[in-house]
Design a protein around this ligand. Sequence first.
Ligand code: C5P
Length: 233
Amino acid sequence: MSSKLIIALDFPSSVEALEFVSNLSPNDCKLKVGFELFVSAGPEMVRELIKKGFDVFLDLKFHDIPNTVASVCKAAAKLDVWMMNVHASGGSEMMKAAHNALDDLHNPPKLIAVSVLTSMSDEQLQEIGVDALAKDQVRHLARLTKKAGLDGMVCSAQEAILLRELLGNDFLLVTPGIRPKGADMGDQSRVMTPADAVKAGVDYIVVGRPITQSSNPLKVIQEINDEVKSAIL
Ligand code: C5P
């Protein structure tokens, strides 16, 4: 079984990222490249990671007019990334355009959507004119995402049980805010352990600092993979 662990490669430069990655095996994890690393190290970094055999989740949360998002998704697919994402709040037309842009590819990347950012409270949603509770807005955007033909969503582990019930098994749930027992919470407030997340129906867990800032990353990776495996059995 391939690993359900996606490591958030949140490093400020390619040197630091590649040094960290040099100890890792693609059998044990996938890698997430987000804004910080992509803006500082660019597509070359992504190509380098893929060349080393890693599945790369390009976490750039595209959100623009449908035509522009379709074009950038095509460009990202040319990098051979394993997964990429868009903002569901860009609407169905935008998501369908992104989906259609990848549809005729031989081995298209998985396309998932971000619903409501977990940093947004109910009050902050009201501030931007969304008159719904965050949890209801997540459900609404999740339905829209599935209808647009996307492969899944980024969601908090707390939302996973509900979304799994709502959308069935054929829909990927990818979840950050994961903390192994005893790990520092950092700035994450609603966290879950790897085992609990998998039991809640999550397909992939995203873990950053508990691994990248550990004095023994390989040990943490091993422990997480073991915990996930026993949770599935
Ligand atoms: O270091 P940590 O495990 O908190 O990293 C989590 C990763 O997931 C970061 O790259 C962060 O940007 C991302 N993320 C998140 N919460 C979301 C969406 C993405 O923490 N709602």
